[in-house]
Design a binder for this molecule. Structure first.
Ligand code: ZN
Length: 412
């Protein structure tokens, strides 16, 4: 009897020592890895792995061991949300100014229409984009935000890429009102002086996304049916927004949710969302913050989402399973495809959106699963700009990142 008690005490002491030793070593290693890009393992697409496989798996296991009920997850999701808002200096959220939208001319195409729009997310700070709508919208249509990723070259640029225009037009044909908007420092505002790489880009992008939800609601979309979907950096924006704004009810981040890679840009890593000296949260758990609302992870075998079927997807299923809603998270994995939002990925996304937003899938897909994208017009970059001679950039418009005033009410 005494021997078994002594054995138990010895084993317990060993466990406590080894766990604390592993944790302290790992935390210091993780903090170092965020600062030292050169020593880090990379995905086949060249993306940095910020954690080793062992570190990443141990972190997911720790979450599973400490999150055993829906309430446990809500507590952790609230902590993640609070951390993101604090880290990005959005706690408290800024005051909301009137959106004051500026609308361009409507172009009508086969089954959808496009209208450029700009609105103020803060006084003088314009969010620029294009609104894709059905030709005959229902009274309260579903709304979809379409943030884009880092494709900075003019010939293959941001929201102007054919894959973005194709999906926005298709989602409008399905019955949704879709807002496709520029990242900070992209599109027409780049020509006025805005840049992407700025210390507060992450803060402004999250804020612009929150205000884009306000914009969709202001034009009459159903506030209970709002989704976001984008690829790469657009995937990052999708799960950042879904984590901090409960109005997002469906989330489809494409080729971006990884337990080991957290992005490569200042708008993904620049304000300490995943770490603040020590590693805190990975993107798989940030993406799960909207549980048990519908989440589709689209992944490929050639970038940092290569492990999704074996790692991130089962992790999300575990979290959703706590709510008895494991079926609300899905994974579409393409082992041989590249980082992007090409037609095969769109063919996986549309049925998911149709199912959860009550959209008409028959408008965009044949019964054999092939896409119906005939008649979609890929517009030139300038055709999607909101400001022109009839709709000039307002005199009070801000044309440089440094001139943004967050606490604008105190200046009144
Ligand atoms: Zn960026």
């Amino acid at each position: 009897m005494m021997k078994s008690i002594l054995d138990s005490i010895f084993i317990l002491a060993l466990l406590i020592f080894s766990t604390s030793h592993i944790l302290s070593c790992r935390e210091s290693n993780k903090a170092e890895k965020f600062k030292d890009d050169t020593s880090t393992e990379r995905s086949k697409a060249g993306q940095i792995y910020h954690l080793t496989e062992v570190e990443g798996m141990e972190h997911l296991d720790e979450i599973k061991q400490s999150v055993l009920t829906p309430e446990d997850w809500r507590t952790r999701a609230n902590a993640i949300q609070s951390h993101i808002l604090k880290a990005t200096d959005l706690d408290p959220l800024p005051d909301k100014c009137p959106l004051n939208p500026i609308y361009g001319a409507i172009r009508k195409y086969d089954g959808y229409r496009v209208q450029n729009v700009a609105f103020e997310s803060l006084p003088g700070v314009y969010v620029t984009g294009s609104l894709y709508s059905p030709l005959k919208p229902t009274k309260k249509p579903a709304g979809i935000l379409s943030p884009h990723g880092h494709w900075p070259n003019r010939e293959n640029y941001g929201r102007y890429r054919p894959d973005v225009q194709n999906r926005c037009a298709s989602m409008a044909r399905m019955g949704a009102v879709v807002f496709s908007y520029d990242m900070v420092g992209y599109g027409q505002l780049a020509e006025f002086g805005w840049v992407h790489e700025s210390p507060q880009t992450m803060k402004l992008q999250i804020w612009n996304s929150i205000r884009s939800v306000d914009f969709l609601i202001s034009i009459g979309v159903d506030p209970k049916r709002i989704a976001s979907t984008g690829a790469s950096g657009g995937g990052t924006q999708t799960f950042h927004l879904a984590a901090v704004d409960s109005r997002i009810s469906v989330s489809v981040p494409v080729v971006m949710v990884s337990y080991r890679h957290f992005g490569g840009c200042i708008c993904e890593l620049g304000m300490g969302i995943q770490e603040d000296g020590v590693f805190k949260y990975n993107n798989a758990e940030i993406a799960a913050c909207l549980a048990p609302n519908p989440l589709l992870l689209v992944s490929v075998g050639t970038d940092a989402t290569e492990y999704t079927p074996q790692v991130e997807f089962p992790f999300e299923q575990y979290i959703y399973g706590l709510f008895g809603k494991a079926e609300m998270v899905e994974n579409a994995h393409f082992p041989d495809e590249q980082h992007g939002y090409e037609s095969s990925k769109r063919a996986a996304v549309y049925p998911f959106l149709a199912k959860h937003l009550n959209l008409d899938l028959s408008m965009v897909m044949n019964t054999d699963g092939t896409l119906k994208e005939d008649g979609i017009v890929i517009e030139e970059i300038e055709a999607l700009y909101p400001f022109d001679q009839q709709h000039p950039f307002p005199k009070e418009g801000i044309s440089a990142n440094k001139d943004v005033v967050w606490d604008w009410k105190s200046n009144l």
